[in-house]
Design a protein around this ligand. Structure first.
Ligand code: ADP
Length: 451
């Protein structure tokens, strides 16, 4: 007795054309029994009947066997072999479309003739192919009575109608989807147009805004120039009468003039003091107006800091009248800077005068150091300091820190704006770092003179 292949479900031999119907019916039955879905049953049956038809051409028989493999993925396999060798090329080209009805289709040469192998994976819903189940399937197939070709034609017609129905339903679905897509496209286009319109509108707004801004900045420049011109003229005009008042006051209190009463003397001194304050304000205003009007042309040369520091040491030391304050001007150990000696000395003088004015005790120190290609000059004091939120405001014209009182003299609030303006003209920068009660450091940065 020969050992039976445990995976074999059915084997049969086709001899005549009507056997094609039998193969078709059996294929559908096998497919149903192993658990393939209705559509897949039809696919397999159609594939097999087409292959069977081609295999019988020019031959006398073809053997068909159905096996179910449970190794890894459960799969139904069909093997067909005929008596005509070398049909590989002919069948290969004819089976292209049929091959799509199953998962795999291979054509090759067998022992007696041409072999076609087909396989179709079983769905996960299919019942497990246990040996008992395999036995049941075999028994079911053995008991299967093939119908007549007419019966088969009826079944085929039914399947064709179902397939056509499905195609129609799919076409309707497709038409509906297309309509939806068109609708969506129209929506997207409308949105796109709306966005484009809005963007254009915004762009127009931005352009108009820029034009307005340009116009405003022209107006602002004109206003600033007018202000500088006005300040320059007024201060220039004021200088002569104020100087005259100071001169007259000096004359009145001169020992060669008629003696004034004590009261008169005090009043004339008050007039002279006020006139002096006014003159320094007028002078500051005139300086600032000139700087802003671009009337100051710096004379850029190699400036020896030793000379500048020496002059400042000499002229400012007399202003330090409090013994609690140490006035230190370091020897500059850096090379020369490229700058205007007079303007630079003026900036440092302003910074040092401020430091002396706002330092009740401790020290005021001027020093220099090299930072990369620049030279940094700093005026550091241990005075009252300036709150950080006012660091920019002190560079505004006439601004004075509320509650800050100079220890000597008065202020105009024009020294720092003027110093910063001069530094810009000199191609440098003026910065402050300070906080209340911690003292202040004003730093001037200038390019070092090329060696
Ligand atoms: P002013 O003529 O009043 O000194 P500035 O423009 O030079 O005008 O300074 C503006 C204000 O900044 C001063 O009134 C003072 O309140 C503050 N300030 C400037 N330098 C110092 C400093 N070294 N320490 C403390 N406060 C300072």
């Amino acid at each position: 007795m020969t050992q039976r292949d445990p995976q074999l479900l059915l084997r049969m031999r086709m001899r005549a054309e009507q056997d094609i119907f039998v193969v078709r019916q059996l294929a559908r039955e096998v497919a149903r029994l192993v658990g393939l879905e209705l559509q897949d049953q039809t696919r397999l049956a159609t594939a097999l009947s087409e292959v069977a038809r081609l295999m019988l051409v020019g031959g006398t028989y073809a053997d068909v066997s159905f096996t179910a493999s449970t190794v890894q993925v459960p799969t139904l396999r069909v093997r067909m072999e005929n008596s005509v060798p070398g049909g590989e090329a002919r069948l290969g080209s004819q089976l292209g479309v049929v091959g799509r009805l199953v998962d795999r289709m291979e054509v090759g040469d067998g022992d007696t003739g041409t072999v076609v192998l087909m396989s179709r994976r079983l769905p996960s819903s299919a019942p497990a192919l246990t040996p008992d189940r395999m036995e049941d399937i075999r028994a079911g197939l053995a008991a299967h009575v093939p119908g007549t070709p007419l019966d088969e034609l009826g079944v085929q017609n039914q399947q064709l109608i179902a397939a056509l129905e499905e195609v129609r339903a799919q076409r309707d679905d497709l038409a509906r989807l297309n309509a939806e897509l068109e609708e969506t496209n129209r929506g997207v286009m409308a949105l796109y147009h709306q966005l484009t319109d809005e963007m254009e509108e915004t762009n127009r707004g931005v352009v108009a805004l820029y034009a307005e801004l340009d116009e405003k900045s022209v107006q602002l420049r004109a206003a600033s120039e007018a202000k500088s011109r006005f300040l320059a003229n007024v201060s220039h005009e004021l200088r002569a009468p104020v100087t005259a008042i100071i001169g007259l006051g000096r004359l009145l209190t001169d020992s060669s003039s008629d003696k004034l009463t004590e009261d008169q003397g005090r009043q004339v001194e008050l007039i002279r003091g006020s006139a002096s304050d006014l003159l320094s304000l007028v002078n500051d205003l005139l300086d600032l107006a000139k700087a802003e009007a671009g009337k100051i042309e710096p004379n850029l040369t190699e400036v020896d800091l030793k000379v500048v520091f020496g002059q400042l040491r000499g002229t400012l030391r007399p202003l330090v009248t409090r013994p609690e304050v140490e006035f230190i001007v370091d020897e500059p150990e850096v090379g020369p800077v490229r700058s205007d000696e007079v303007l630079l000395a003026q900036v440092l003088r302003n910074l040092l005068t401020n430091a002396i004015k706002f330092t009740p005790a401790g020290s005021v120190r001027l020093s220099a150091r090299r930072v990369d290609d620049d030279i940094e000059l700093s005026v550091r004091d241990t005075g009252t300091g300036i709150p950080p939120e006012l660091h920019e405001r002190i560079f505004e014209e006439f601004y004075q820190v509320p509650g800050s009182h100079p220890l000597s003299g008065t202020g105009t609030g024009l020294g720092l704006p003027y110093a910063r303006r001069l530094m810009t003209i000199l191609g440098g920068a003026l910065r402050v770092s300070s906080s209340s009660g911690e003292g202040s450091t004003f730093t001037v940065r200038l390019p070092a003179a090329p060696s």
